[in-house]
Design a protein. Structure first.
Length: 288
């Protein structure tokens, strides 16, 4: 099978939200679990960080992956959607998954797909997990696609769960109110696994706190701990003052991701960094 044939199969033969809409949404994790079982449960063979949220989860995923790579960790990154190249979804230390690896995976999975009928997203998630396991990554940053509780990525047991923020999106699947949407995203909070909430919001804080109590998960709100103030900007970097609980932590931190929204993403990345610091042997110099 060629790479083009593999993409044709992924895009045309599998249910895909962009093509058929809500019918592509699977309301349980049965198929994802079956795919993982068939592959020997690759999702259990690497450490992971699981990230959900309405806005900022892509930026937070990329920033956290960069920090881990800078620390010398072989770091997988799964994000969606892609913009130009399908392989943008599945990367290790910034390098795209090889075309040959994509085509081999799809070819090997075709017989199972004929009977299981997974969606595009379910098979893509399984592809990422299988690739990360085969490549023996030290850690993988896994971004949800839609929601959290029923998202295909929600078969991992991560070191840390992160929910960036909550806004109105995919209401036909997730609910019509912010608390309802938050409850779906809170589905990534696992028993005893720490969780970071990026932004405090009056409508949703109680939802996350309740879920964390039920699962016995330590919870922290990143924006309550870290205060970030933009100082200046050049063509390649924005410079921030960072305070922790009101005390200066970094007088000037340079971030090579431009855009005003990064001011709100940075506290989440910092909270994740300090939560994972000992487990992953991260150092503050890896942040810049």
């Amino acid at each position: 099978m060629t790479y083009k044939e593999a993409l044709d199969f992924l895009y045309s033969q599998l249910p895909m939200f962009q093509r058929i809409g809500p019918a592509a949404f699977k309301k349980d994790l049965t198929r994802t679990r079956a795919l993982c079982e068939h592959l020997g449960h690759p999702e259990r063979k690497f450490r992971s960080v699981h990230i959900a949220g309405t806005n900022g989860k892509g930026s937070v995923s990329n920033m956290l992956a960069a920090v881990c790579s800078a620390a010398g960790l072989k770091t997988g990154l799964y994000t969606s959607p892609h913009y130009k190249d399908f392989r943008e979804r599945i990367r290790i230390d910034g390098a795209l998954m090889p075309k040959r690896a994509v085509s081999r995976f799809v070819e090997a999975m075709q017989p199972l797909c004929a009977t299981l009928e997974p969606s595009f997203f379910e098979l893509t998630v399984a592809m990422a997990f299988d690739y990360f396991a085969r490549q023996e990554v030290d850690v993988a940053i896994i971004e949800t696609g839609l929601g959290g509780r029923l998202d295909s990525t929600n078969v991992v047991t991560p070191l840390l769960s992160i929910i960036t923020n909550i806004d109105y999106d995919h209401q036909q699947f997730l609910g019509d109110t912010l608390p309802e949407i938050a409850a779906e995203k809170a589905g990534i909070i696992k028993l005893g696994i720490p969780v970071i909430i990026g932004q405090s919001q009056p409508e949703t804080d109680a939802v996350f706190e309740k879920k964390a109590r039920e699962t016995g998960s330590p919870i922290q709100f990143a924006d309550r701990r870290f205060q970030v103030t933009p100082l200046r900007q050049n063509d390649s970097h924005v410079f921030y003052e960072v305070k922790e609980n009101g005390k200066v932590l970094f007088k000037e931190m340079a971030l090579n991701q431009l855009g005003p929204y990064q001011q709100f993403n940075l506290p989440t990345v910092l909270a994740a960094f300090y939560s994972l610091r000992k487990t992953l042997n991260l150092e503050e110099r890896n942040l810049t």
